[in-house]
Design a protein around this ligand. Structure first.
Ligand SMILES: [Zn+2]
Length: 410
């Protein structure tokens, strides 16, 4: 069943996308010879660079069919243009509705959307469409504006909130400072996007624990990207993000392109199914994660993905130890009393990686922090004191939709 859908998407891409026609021509591949997953794996992966440089070659529908024009977040490199037609918007709605169902949302719920619906982003629009499909209520407050968020909570009494986890912390802080009884408001659960909430073994990470300790609501993580046009969401058992296999085919690959075993870290490579405007075949997301194919406690079969621990390009090699940014962020978040930090990776004179942690000047427990880092990472990075204002500016760069803690200067 699944293979047929994959084959169908491949056929569609080859009939309509100049990019994939060229790939098949150059590699001397033939659709007729694609009769198994093994054959499918002969197709080279599509990279972000190709998507950027040959953007128009990916468009597989007439220009007049395009309804929505969006860009990727551009976490690494420049934002890439993306397009959707009527069919793609419906597909997005279906995916989000199913995602929300996993997190327990029904048509009886009201949901506060605190992520932006504009600024060329796909996510906010997808949430709205998904809620509409479910028949649930949406309150579109968008990003920032904690006063408006709380006013909306007490005005409309939403049961769910969609938010970036660090924004939840800001909301809690604002409520505490302004005497808002947030513990007794209508919100029962949060759908968290943009930052991981759990470690690779599905336990709450330090950010998740911090939110949980301050606010007694359920936390669901969801993971998505513009290129994938698909969201992966946790069920009530919080044991990884469920893959909607009728909408996307996933592969987790090592650096040589071989499939990794369950529990091992690899790069997520996706083929979104039923996409019409910009079909992607074996798109290499750069996201490093683990997976499991075991049946979930909720009874659903199919693949579940662990939290993203970093990007492929972000791998740091330090004295023989391989690290990803999320490892370092976790270790630093666990350290009580360190509110703010920036991680910087650069190249030393002989081309090796160097790791620097920027911390506020006011921080005094330097020796304890060094020991904590050594214990958690097996290496000791350089620690540099910075003005708190400067750190704050680095962490919240203008125009970014989430905090930036990791700077890759290599
Ligand atoms: Zn489940």
């Amino acid at each position: 069943m699944h293979w047929q859908e994959l084959q169908q998407q491949l056929k569609y891409a080859l009939e309509n996308s100049r990019f994939y026609q060229d790939v098949f021509k150059k590699q001397a591949l033939y659709l007729e010879a694609m009769s198994s997953y093994k054959d499918f794996r002969k197709i080279p992966v599509t990279t972000k660079e190709q998507l950027q440089q040959q953007n128009c070659d990916f468009i597989a529908v007439p220009q007049e069919e395009i309804i929505d024009h969006v860009t990727t977040s551009g976490t690494l490199g420049k934002p890439v243009s993306f397009y959707l037609n009527e069919h793609d918007l419906n597909r997005l709605a279906m995916n989000e509705a199913a995602s929300f169902k996993l997190a327990g949302i029904t048509k009886l719920d009201k949901v506060l959307i605190t992520t932006t619906l504009d600024r060329r982003f796909m996510a906010g629009m997808a949430y709205f469409l998904g809620l509409r499909k479910l028949g649930a209520g949406a309150i579109r407050t968008g990003g920032g504006l904690p006063a408006l968020q709380w006013e909306s909570v007490f005005r409309f009494k939403p049961t769910y909130i969609i938010a970036v986890p660090s924004f939840l912390l800001k909301l809690i802080q604002y409520a505490q400072e302004n005497g808002i009884d947030y513990q007794n408001c209508s919100i029962q659960a949060a759908i968290c996007i943009g930052e991981p909430l759990r470690t690779s073994d599905f336990k709450l990470n330090s950010l998740g624990k911090k939110i949980s300790s301050l606010w007694d609501i359920k936390l669901f993580s969801t993971y998505a990207s513009t290129e994938m046009a698909t969201a992966f969401t946790e069920c009530e058992h919080h044991q990884g993000n469920h893959v909607q296999e009728d909408l996307i085919y996933t592969e987790i690959l090592d650096q040589d392109g071989n499939h990794v075993a369950e529990g091992e870290v690899g790069e997520l490579v996706v083929t979104p199914l039923k996409v019409k405007t910009m079909p992607l075949i074996r798109f290499a997301t750069g996201d490093m994660l683990t997976y499991t194919d075991q049946t979930c406690a909720c009874g659903r079969n199919g693949r579940r993905l662990g939290s993203v621990i970093g990007r492929r390009q972000q791998k740091i090699k330090l004295k023989g130890v391989s690290l990803y940014p999320q490892h370092i962020i976790e270790i630093l978040n666990e350290f009580n009393g360190l509110q703010n930090f920036i991680i910087e990776v650069s190249l030393d004179q002989i081309g090796g990686d160097t790791l620097q942690i920027l911390i506020p000047e006011s921080f005094s427990e330097l020796d304890v922090l060094k020991k904590h880092l050594k214990a958690g990472l097996n290496v000791t990075p350089e620690i540099i004191s910075k003005d708190s204002k400067e750190l704050q500016q680095l962490k919240f760069p203008a125009g970014s939709r989430k905090p930036k803690i990791f700077y890759d200067l290599r």
